[in-house]
Design a binder for this molecule. Structure first.
Ligand code: ZN
Length: 303
């Protein structure tokens, strides 16, 4: 019998979840661990490509900015680090502020998609940036400071000061394997940031298979905080902090699925009023404060 990939328990509940992002409607069997609450897709389809068709958001083209704008971004980030003024904070500021990487640190982004986030770091002055994604169309050297590699991090010879996974962890099939790879590729004292949905989410508990971040069948694993802590300790990481950073998406995305609609940006503005979005944003902040949100940042260190 298949075991929980996080805690090893064989006590699991089965449930069905449909593909809803593109409105394909095909049903998939998931398992919910009775012990740690983590979720996993029971059987990973041998060909996932039908579920990553055309408009999948991670593979839109990278949008570069002018060198003048990049200079501005560098100055703004330096001002943010030095003075800590809120108006200088980039949109990704909350986790960058916690990690405080040096501009010379070697940084990897696993599952970097089109590399836009690394590009923003490059534009802000970071000098040794590497994106990994075996599904990108071709390797891209954006600058001597930024390369997007068409391969996995396991296939790289490099060691890193910081490894990040921004909503790519849940697309991997084996949490132990990917965490072991990150551990091997980090310098000692190196940091790992994993941003992922978690099954501790109130939305999951209330709405079950309609939960937008269950995202069947693309999300192969969704940890509970407890399950993630167990597997990361097993690898040798220290879990320093868990920060909830969920958004209004958890509410309107889930509501869209309950109405039987796909995740179409044009539909979204028709289905919900400005007031409803504002309510959802407030509720998301409250959920994050109370530890009820549907995604977190896991901050880990290799001792
Ligand atoms: Zn478990």
């Amino acid at each position: 019998m298949e075991k929980c990939k996080f805690c090893g328990s064989s006590e699991q509940l089965e449930f069905n979840a449909k593909e809803q992002m593109f409105g394909i409607g095909e049903a998939f069997v998931y398992k919910e661990c009775k012990s740690c609450g983590s979720l996993q897709l029971a059987t990973v389809p041998s060909d996932m490509s039908p579920y990553y068709s055309g408009g999948y958001y991670s593979f839109q083209e990278l949008v570069p900015s002018s060198s003048l704008k990049n200079l501005f971004k560098t100055l703004r980030l330096k001002a943010f680090f030095l003075i800590g003024r809120k108006e200088f904070e980039p949109t990704y500021g909350y986790w960058l502020k916690k990690l405080k990487p040096k501009f010379s640190d070697r940084i990897a982004d696993i599952g970097c998609g089109n590399g836009q986030l690394l590009y923003e770091l490059f534009a802000s002055g970071y000098q040794d940036l590497h994106g990994f994604d075996p599904f990108m169309s071709q390797e891209k050297v954006i600058s001597p400071n930024l390369t997007l590699w068409k391969k996995t991090i396991e296939e790289s010879e490099m060691q890193f000061d910081l490894i990040m996974m921004h909503h790519s962890f849940e697309h991997m099939s084996d949490p132990l394997e990917i965490l072991n790879s990150c551990f091997e590729k980090l310098q000692s004292g190196g940091k790992l940031l994993i941003r992922t949905p978690v099954s501790d989410a109130q939305v999951w508990k209330e709405e079950r298979a309609f939960w937008v971040q269950l995202d069947a069948p693309r999300h192969l694993i969704i940890p509970s905080i407890k399950g993630f802590e167990l597997v990361s300790k097993k690898v040798g990481f220290e879990l320093k902090e868990v920060e909830f950073d969920s958004t209004d998406f958890q509410f309107w995305g889930t509501e869209l699925y309950k109405r039987g609609l796909p995740l179409d940006p044009e539909l979204v503005s028709n289905e919900f009023s400005k007031e409803e979005f504002e309510e959802y944003q407030k509720k998301a902040l409250y959920y994050n404060q109370e530890g009820l949100g549907d995604q977190v940042c896991f901050y880990l260190t290799k001792p």
